[in-house]
Design a protein around this ligand. Structure first.
Ligand SMILES: *Cc1c(COP(=O)(O)O)cnc(C)c1O
Length: 355
């Protein structure tokens, strides 16, 4: 049976990227060797790293003066690496969910942290709007898409300090005005690659300020100077990231992705609103195009497990909501075809007709 992969992360990747990776695992560039067993400093892998860097710049229109890094440690490592390298005295953070809360916790170890607003009071079901960011903050940290709670910032906040963003679950899903950002990071396993690599885009001039000693492996500057090869990079995940970006480029880039993502999310939210069994959990104006969170309406609560089983019998995978929200979460990242979203909608309709 055809599977429809709605997992939140690791999650669906383009078939083309998976097949190209499978091929290179067996035979990389007709070398008779696997991409897993060649030197990261050899000319073939070096070309992969370079092309990956260039494609990030091209797809996101990264201006001059920025560096692109592929690092280990996951997005969670960035929660400490960001303040380690950028927080001199005071940083501002917007608390929009579990990941933002973790980023705040780490930053507190490096200086004053101003939590400018939080939506914790309503289980992070909305993005706070009216808040003030101190002009003298070193940076303002946001989480552009809240993977667990299904909310997404629809526009960049206009504030004086430069922005730092965790874009783990919406990178490459839409165009971004990179010039507003001092640093962007994204764990790869949602929209880019398999787990194991984290993309960082950093404006070089933000790295000069902090006086503290930074351990080499946690220093952006050292990773930049070494072209992401200060130590052995996660070669295979970088290879897969390159294949995903090639697929994206061939399919209209981030503008094309945004158009498809809007269309997919729109039909799914429309069905959630129409269907008597379900209701969405995120505030309408803040709903994510990537992670669609919904629950059973009160009078149908008892059917939650039945729906998951029914959906599974129709080939749907990964629909169970995060434990902190409950219900269901359909992650519909770039690689998710509209046909799979339609299959989910048909499943919801069919289940409704039985009850
Ligand atoms: C998944 C996720 C993370 C954590 O990523 P790791 O690579 O597991 O550290 C952080 N932030 C966001 C927004 C995420 O979706």
């Amino acid at each position: 049976m055809k599977k429809h992969n709605f997992s939140a992360g690791p999650s669906i990747l383009p078939r083309e990227a998976i097949e190209a990776t499978a091929q290179a695992v067996l035979d990389f560039n007709n070398s008779g060797l696997s991409v897993m067993e060649v030197s990261h400093r050899g000319k073939d892998f070096d070309a992969v790293m370079q092309e990956a860097r260039e494609l990030v710049k091209e797809l996101l229109s990264v201006p001059e003066g920025y560096s692109v890094l592929f690092l280990g440690g996951g997005a969670s490592m960035q929660f400490c690496m960001v303040p380690y390298n950028l927080l001199e005295k005071k940083a501002a953070y917007l608390n929009t969910g579990t990941w933002a809360s973790k980023a705040i916790k780490e930053a507190r170890g490096f200086g004053e942290v101003v939590e400018v607003a939080s939506s914790k009071d309503a289980n992070f079901s909305y993005i706070p709007k009216n808040y003030t960011v101190p002009d003298d903050a070193d940076y303002f940290h946001i989480t552009t898409n809240n993977t667990i709670f299904g909310t997404e910032l629809s526009e960049d906040p206009k504030v004086k300090p430069y922005l730092v963003a965790d874009m783990s679950s919406d990178i490459f899903s839409r165009p971004v005005d990179i010039s507003r950002y001092g640093l962007i990071y994204a764990g790869a396993q949602k929209n880019l690659s398999c787990a194991g690599v984290t993309l960082v885009i950093v404006r070089d001039d933000v790295l000069v300020k902090v006086p503290r000693y930074i351990p080499s492996m946690l220093s952006y500057k050292i990773h930049i100077e070494n072209g992401s090869m200060y130590n052995t990079p996660p070669c295979l995940p970088v290879y897969t990231a390159l294949q995903t970006m090639k697929w994206l480029k061939a399919n209209g880039g981030v503008t094309g992705a945004q158009k498809r993502n809007k269309a997919k999310a729109e039909i799914l939210y429309k069905e959630i609103e129409r269907n008597k069994l379900f209701k969405g959990t995120a505030a309408t104006e803040d709903r994510s195009l990537m992670n669609v969170c919904f629950v059973m309406n009160e009078e149908y609560q008892a059917l939650e497990k039945d729906f998951l089983d029914f959906a599974q019998s129709r080939g749907m995978v990964g629909l169970k909501g995060h434990r902190s929200v409950g219900g269901f979460r359909a992650s519909i990242y770039n690689a998710m075809p509209v046909e799979s979203v339609q299959a989910l909608i048909d499943t919801m309709k069919e289940f409704e007709s039985k009850h």
